[in-house]
Design a protein around this ligand. Sequence first.
Ligand code: FA5
Length: 352
Amino acid sequence: MIEGLRADLDALRADFEAQLSAARGADNDEEVQRLRSSFLGPKGRLTLLLRGLGQLPPEARPEAGRLANVVREALTRAVTEAEGAVAAARRARALTETRVDLSLPGRRSHPRGAVHPTNRVVRELVDLFAELGFAVASGPEVELDWYNFEALNFPPDHPARDMQDTFFVKPPPGRKDKELVLRTHTSPVQIRSMMTQGVPIRAIMPGRVYRCDSDATHSPMFHQIEGLCVDEGISFAHLKGVMQSFLNALFGARAVRFRPSFFPFVEPGAEVDMQCVLCDGAGCRLCKQTGWIEILGAGMVHPNVLEAAGVDSERYTGFAFGLGIDRIGMLRHAIDDLGHLFRSDLRFLEQI
Ligand code: FA5
């Protein structure tokens, strides 16, 4: 009886091994799967044969069970090993069939972008001032009248407010008329920075500002960068040194001059001019034959401004400056119309 079973098992095993080796030789994944199920699955040949063992007399069952288990383990091992081998062969085939040639030049489906000329100037300025110990601060573009004007020593209805043609923002219900403006300069960030960080402070504040103004050198939206340095013992000499060193770093060695000027939030105040970048001071169309171009406004922070921001003006002094970033970009790239910088026309931007 046992001998008959042994012969059956040997025949089944031989049949299985022959079919498995053919499937493996052909790397036939599906055939290997089919063999697993047709021999070892719930209705597989070996499973059915094992089920018949129950019919044997009890004394023959242990030996029959041992023989059957040996065969089942052998078949399971062989089919599992064949599955692994066929999968590895499939992976190796895929790798050779889809080989990537790394030496081929890339396909350029999108043109390469670049940093906008205005943002490039901002980044350069941030780096330059970081070397002088200035951190970067920011504030909102929709600003309260108090920060934009009042705290900067513009009294209500003072004509100086007309110097900066203001866009007023319709206030939400419950707010006072004329309380909200689109900030006309980055100077309100001076107040916000001193109020939140206190003094001593050294910071620059780049950002968008808005004025009701439009021609070749004026745009309703443009960019400014504000600088503020407040500490004990800060003098006009510090202001001059910082202006000279950053303008030289940006434009090379050029003469810089200070002209007295009025801004309500500084005293004394000055416009800072630089020797013309086109004619080196000889006189040309850009500098209107004067040899100088106006670069920025600056001055010593007015005591009223320090007090409005909660700073003791007896103990602390400071300087501030504000420059138009777009104008700097115009000068560096000899652009004749500020509007080019805002129209997003690639034919123009690609030339820079
Ligand atoms: C101011 O805005 C002052 N807040 C600057 C300042 C800061 C002075 C701190 C003193 C101390 P002004 O209005 O001059 O100043 O503007 C500064 C710069 O912004 C100008 O020199 C110019 O480069 C630029 N600018 C002004 N209006 C426009 C405009 N409509 N379009 C483009 N750039 C402009």
